[in-house]
Design a protein around this ligand. Structure first.
Ligand SMILES: *Cc1c(COP(=O)(O)O)cnc(C)c1O
Length: 385
């Protein structure tokens, strides 16, 4: 009997080891992993350079607390600010904690309370981030939520304009809604959001927890759209599997997170920072990011070509290597079948297959995955005719 709370209905695969894009199970199974630990291991499992960086720090010290200056924190912060064009970093341990910091900072800096977020959004499981999330199923039984969050239809600038009143502290959004179903924001929408926020003195927070750290073929997804947020939040891909999170913010917000105003025991942990620095040094190279974009264009075009006549497939969309295949049926049983065929993928909502391969997945492994997907979806399409 399991002694764990059943908050996750677990898959049938028990991992024994993992390397690169492959996961090996205890019973001898070999799986091509297009989940990357839910968008975390962007450089694949057990990346040798990240491992070496953590090992070096393991031999020096593990934890000393944020009372001390820590060189690796400064290095990680420099990588983040250089890559984003923003100025100041606060390190947390997870996505929800990063969003908590963003929400606290926005309220304190503006002296206002209301935060606008979007329908189908996902921002985390703590009270503030659950309150920010635009999905009722996340909140059931946990009420009352934190006050002053309102939800706007995604990609609807007019609706936002109507709700963007004087008492709004911040607008918070995902450039690509991940858990909600891989919905990509339009350029006009995002540029409109930025302009409206500027006009009304409202802060723009972009939740880059899933889209950041190269996932979309830029260091951060907002960079596809010629906009500049005031705060971004990060976690998942930041240290390739060692838990960490962060916000990166505009320098004008410095005074609002002064000594004693916010904190965390583990945030900026040296082992996590060692992993984060190496991960970002590799991913933020322009040639690496260009390669992600090239792979993305190729995969999306091949998927469209292969699945064009498949009546089950309603849409193929995404940005970089965050790709959704929307079907005309629930995908849960299909994910199970794909695993039996050696391919692990995720869902996003009920009807979308979500692909989050590691960013350095080999061409031959992409081809293998596409073949398995095409075969399975074509069989399902024939069954339903
Ligand atoms: C995963 C995720 C979160 C929550 O991150 P945790 O580390 O699980 O707290 C928040 N926002 C987005 C967009 C995410 O994908």
């Amino acid at each position: 009997m399991s002694h764990l709370f059943p908050t996750y209905s677990k898959w049938e695969i028990e991992p024994e080891s993992a390397k690169g894009s492959y996961l090996y199970s205890k019973d001898g199974g070999v799986y091509l992993d297009f989940t990357s630990g839910i968008g975390v291991c962007n450089l694949g499992h057990c990346h040798p350079e990240v491992k070496q960086s953590v090992e070096q720090q393991l031999n020096k010290f593990w934890h000393v607390s944020n009372l001390f200056p820590i060189e690796l924190q400064e290095k990680a912060a420099e990588l983040l600010t250089n890559a984003s064009g923003l100025d100041l970093v606060f390190f947390a341990n997870s996505g929800a904690e990063a969003n908590e910091a963003a929400i606290k900072l926005a309220r304190k800096a503006t002296g206002k309370t209301k935060i606008l977020t979007f329908m189908q959004s996902f921002h985390g499981r703590t009270f503030a981030t659950m309150s920010a999330t635009g999905q009722d199923k996340i909140k059931q039984g946990f009420g009352p939520m934190l006050d002053k969050f309102e939800y706007v239809p995604f990609n609807d600038l007019e609706a936002l304009q109507q709700l963007l009143t004087e008492d709004v502290a911040a607008v918070m959004l995902e450039v690509v809604q991940g858990e909600g179903g891989i919905f990509v924001a339009s350029k006009e929408f995002l540029q409109g959001v930025e302009a409206l926020c500027k006009e009304k003195g409202v802060l723009l927070i972009i939740d880059e927890i899933q889209t950041g750290i190269g996932r979309t073929g830029k260091a951060f997804a907002f960079q596809h759209f010629g906009i500049k947020p005031d705060i971004i939040s990060l976690a998942k891909g930041m240290a390739n599997g060692i838990p960490t999170g962060a916000i990166v913010a505009d320098g004008k917000l410095k005074e609002f997170f002064g000594p004693g105003s916010h904190g965390t025991t583990f945030g900026g942990n040296p082992l996590a920072m060692a992993a984060a620095v190496k991960t970002m040094e590799i991913i933020f190279q322009q040639s690496f990011l260009d390669d992600v974009q090239k792979k993305s264009e190729w995969i999306i075009s091949v998927l469209k070509e292969k699945l064009v006549g498949n009546q089950l497939v309603k849409d193929i969309r995404g940005l970089g290597l965050m790709i959704g295949i929307e079907l005309d049926m629930p995908v849960a049983s299909i994910l199970g079948e794909l695993r039996k065929e050696g391919l692990m993928v995720l869902n996003a909502g009920e009807k979308v297959i979500r692909l989050l391969p590691s960013l350095n997945t080999l061409q031959e492994d992409f081809e293998k995955a596409l073949e398995i997907l095409e075969k399975n979806l074509n069989i399902h399409a024939k069954i339903t005719i």
